[in-house]
Design a protein around this ligand. Structure first.
Ligand SMILES: [Zn+2]
Length: 157
């Protein structure tokens, strides 16, 4: 640690005792070897001590404590109302989700019922169609008839 850095630290962090143990040790090693920096350190400490020697302790007036208390209480209430607000929103979200699920299930069941009805109707149609095909009107049969041939050929010719 050089003199410039040591003197800068003496006037700032060293007097305020705001240095890490490692930094403080390095600075004090320098002070043990360097008389100029050691002198600066002791003078700075003396000046600092003298400056605050006459400064007595001042108790803040009562009203300041009331203001601080009011501000803290207001801050706590604000925090509480935020939490309550969050809780209400959470419940609303849960109810909305449940309603949506019920609605979706209802719609899906309705579709399933409709599908089954459509399937039933479709099956009935097909059964009817096949029944028509097998029973079939006589003139749609492929049996050869007198004259021009089958009824289909007859139709086109
Ligand atoms: Zn020095």
């Amino acid at each position: 640690m050089n003199c410039k850095k040591v003197r800068e630290l003496i006037l700032t962090d060293y007097l305020d005792d705001q240095m890490s143990a490692r930094e403080k040790e390095a600075l004090e090693q320098h002070l043990a070897q360097c008389q100029l920096c050691k002198k600066l350190a002791s003078n700075a400490r003396k000046v600092g001590d003298e400056l605050f020697a006459d400064a007595g302790r001042i108790d803040p007036p009562e009203f300041i404590w009331h203001r601080i208390k009011r501000a803290v209480t207001a801050g706590q209430q604000k925090k509480m109302s935020f939490l309550e607000n969050f809780w209400v929103r959470k419940q609303t979200f849960a109810v909305a989700t449940a309603l949506t699920l019920v609605l979706m299930i209802g719609v899906m069941m309705q579709f399933r019922i409709n599908d089954q009805r459509a399937l039933q109707a479709g099956l009935e149609d097909q059964v009817g169609y096949f029944a028509d095909l097998t029973a079939g009107p006589a003139d749609l049969s492929m049996e050869p008839r007198e004259g021009l041939g089958t009824s289909v050929e007859e139709y086109f010719l």
